[in-house]
Write a protein that binds this ligand. Structure first.
Ligand SMILES: [Zn+2]
Ligand SMILES: [Zn+2]
Length: 184
C-alpha cells in the first residue's frame, strides 16, 4: 500500500471526494491544517480543510445535501419531469415546453423557479419570440410589424372569422394564447 506523500504540499490535488474535485492547495488554517480549493460537480468552488475531505464530511459544496438519487424519478420541477438519473448529479428530464429530453443538473432542479424548463423557455423569452404562423384565439399571426411609440412589438394578424387583417399587440396575443391554453 503506497502511503500518500505527505511531504508533497499538493498531495490531494486532482483527487475526488464525492462530488468534489480538489483543484489546488489553498494555504493553511491557523491551526496549520491544510485547506483545499475544491470544485463541486455543480460548478461551485469551495475551500475545504483536509480532515473534512478525508473523513467524508464534505462530499459536495452543500448542494448534494438535498439530493436523493433515484427518488427524483417521476417528480416534476416546473415544466420538467425527471425520467432517469444520468449520473454525476445530472438528471435526464423531459421538458414540457419543447418536448425534448435533456440532461439537467441537480442543483438547477432545486432552484426556486416555477417556470423551470430545459432552457428553452428562457431562450424564447430572450429573443423576441417569433410568433409568425401561430394561432391566438381566432387570429392567425402573419408577421411582425414595426414597434409603436411605446416600443411594443405588434403583429399583423388575420381574423379567421372575418378574413380581415388586424394589428394586435404582443400583450393581447399573449392573453389570447393563454386563454387558448386554458380551454384545452
Ligand atoms: Zn455543489
Ligand atoms: Zn425545453
Amino acid at each position: 500500500m503506497g502511503r500518500p506523500k505527505l511531504k508533497d504540499p499538493n498531495y490531494l490535488v486532482g483527487k475526488r471526494f464525492g462530488h468534489l474535485t480538489v483543484i489546488e492547495r489553498a494555504g493553511n488554517r491557523k491551526s496549520g491544517s491544510p485547506l483545499w480549493k475544491c470544485r463541486c460537480d455543480c460548478g461551485k468552488v469551495k475551500i475545504i480543510q483536509t480532515c473534512n475531505l478525508l473523513n467524508g464530511q464534505s462530499k459536495s459544496c452543500g448542494c448534494a445535501r438535498h439530493e436523493k438519487p433515484k427518488s427524483l424519478i417521476g417528480k416534476k420541477f416546473g415544466m420538467l419531469t425527471v425520467l432517469d438519473y444520468s449520473g454525476n448529479n445530472v438528471w435526464k428530464c423531459y421538458c414540457e415546453n419543447c418536448g425534448k429530453e435533456r440532461d439537467i443538473k441537480n442543483i438547477y432542479l432545486w432552484m426556486r423557479n416555477d417556470r423551470k424548463s430545459c432552457g428553452c423557455y428562457l431562450a424564447e423569452k430572450k429573443k423576441s419570440y417569433d410568433l409568425t404562423g401561430k394561432k391566438a384565439g381566432r387570429y392567425l399571426i402573419l408577421k411582425r410589424v414595426s414597434k409603436d411609440r411605446f416600443r411594443n412589438t405588434n403583429w399583423l394578424c388575420r381574423d379567421d372569422e372575418t378574413g380581415r387583417e388586424v394589428i394586435l399587440s404582443r400583450q393581447r396575443i399573449r392573453d389570447l394564447m393563454r386563454m387558448d391554453n386554458e380551454n384545452v
